[in-house]
Design a protein around this ligand. Structure first.
Ligand code: SF4
Ligand code: SF4
Length: 396
């Protein structure tokens, strides 16, 4: 039996699917293609048959597994409780063992292990990218065009602790993470300020690395496990009431795969509603639409908290888009590995976003922010995309 929290593909999990098809219309790739093989049911069928060796493993069919966003919308609507998130992550790891290695796959695994898994190297790459942006050298590759204009990265205070503003009521740890402090430092800055205002002393665990979510989504469970073990050593060396996460993908991964933190991982919105923010100081006169991050809405079942926080801001008008809980096509490395499908899904999302005529699209995940922001930018639109923390911090 596995001693890690990352189980391999299990017959019991696969057997929970009763093939009813109720998940099909919720699946973004099925909605685009109409193909059974691009649906949750079709993918479960393929993984089941390969596991039982009742269907020969076929490299061409693996594309259907690659095209899954891992968004878990299917899991949210499935009446049989199919643990699709666990199935696809374990299934991907199995598929990676069986398939012929491709350059794209090898490159993504090397980039994750040699870059994302090492904060120092990632920071150096971030600094180099900032310089390249200033020299206008990043607009050739799609991934380069998608990047926001980088600012100085998020830096925790030298003491490793940000004090509570006013009376200290809680001590929380804060997940700085891998790419978010480089891509969107302003989201972390706002999140930490909100925590301080809510009476939290904020501890930044030194030596913390990437949580491993990107590794697990990419089928590299061994890489994710190495990071989990290293991070647990860091967390166990400190004391805190909750570990606060402002990136939905990381929060879902920590909740699912860090049993040592059970019950103590909180999404920022969850925690702020639990402990309460002070009265807002000023009006925030904007029309806002909120894009549910898949790993917040479906994996963590958190939809109401961000909306309640937005509605609590004086002056804000919250307008719902059509299908706010359908994936925007970002999905970790998906927009880089599967650009064509990612872009088709994004175009549908942009139509829904634009139809709201909002001033601001609020998000809870850096991947969604980068995807929607780059899509709006490509259409020459000035609608702003902001992390929920930035929007809330406007009121203080
Ligand atoms: S995953 Fe769930 S909803 Fe989809 S076909 Fe299987 S049982 Fe039905
Ligand atoms: S995780 Fe998302 S893309 Fe994958 S099968 Fe489920 S709904 Fe479809």
């Amino acid at each position: 039996m596995s001693t890690t929290p990352f189980p391999r593909l299990s017959d019991d999990d696969l057997a929970t699917c009763v093939h009813c098809g109720l998940c099909l219309d919720a699946c973004p790739t099925f909605r685009i293609t109409g193909l059974e093989t691009e649906s949750p049911r079709g993918r479960i069928y393929l993984m089941t048959q390969w596991k039982r060796s009742t269907l020969a493993f076929d490299e061409a069919q693996v594309k259907h597994i690659d095209l899954c966003l891992g968004c878990r919308t299917c899991e949210a609507v499935c009446p049989s409780g199919v643990p699709y998130g666990r199935i696809i992550e374990a299934g991907r790891a199995d598929v990676e063992d069986m398939r012929r290695p491709s350059f794209k796959r090898i490159a993504s695994r090397v980039a994750l292990r040699q870059l994302v898994g090492h904060p120092g190297r990632l920071r150096a790459a971030g600094a180099a990218t900032r310089i390249a942006q200033r020299l206008h050298l990043t607009s050739v590759a799609r991934s380069g065009r998608m990047l926001p204009r980088l600012r100085a990265r998020f830096r925790p205070p030298a003491s490793g602790v940000a004090p509570a503003i006013g009376a200290r009521k809680h001590r929380v740890a804060f997940l700085v993470g891998c790419v978010m402090p480089i891509l969107y430092p302003q989201s972390h800055e706002a999140a930490v300020r909100l925590l301080q205002l809510a009476g939290c002393e904020v501890w930044f665990p030194q030596g913390e690395r990437c949580c491993g979510a990107l590794f697990a989504h990419n089928g590299d469970l061994a890489g994710a496990e190495t990071l989990r073990v290293a991070n647990m050593r860091t967390y166990e060396a400190g004391s805190f009431d909750a570990l606060i996460v402002d990136s939905a993908g990381c929060g879902a991964h920590l909740k699912d795969f860090y049993p040592g933190l059970k019950g103590r991982v909180k999404d920022l919105s969850e925690w702020l509603l639990e402990v309460g923010l002070p009265e807002p100081k000023r009006e925030v006169k904007v029309r806002v639409t909120y894009q549910d991050a898949c790993h917040l809405a479906h994996a963590q079942k958190i939809k109401k908290h961000p909306r309640d926080l937005i509605r609590s801001l004086p002056g804000v008008q919250l307008v719902e888009m059509r299908h706010p809980d359908i994936c925007c096509g970002a999905a970790g490395l998906y927009s880089t590995l599967e650009p064509a499908m990612s872009n088709q899904i994004l175009q549908e999302k942009l139509e829904d976003v634009i139809a709201t005529n909002a001033d601001v699209v609020a998000v809870a995940n850096p991947g969604c922010q980068m995807q929607i922001e780059s899509g709006l930018r490509a259409q020459g639109l000035t609608m702003k995309v902001e992390h929920l923390s930035e929007l809330l911090a406007r009121a203080y």
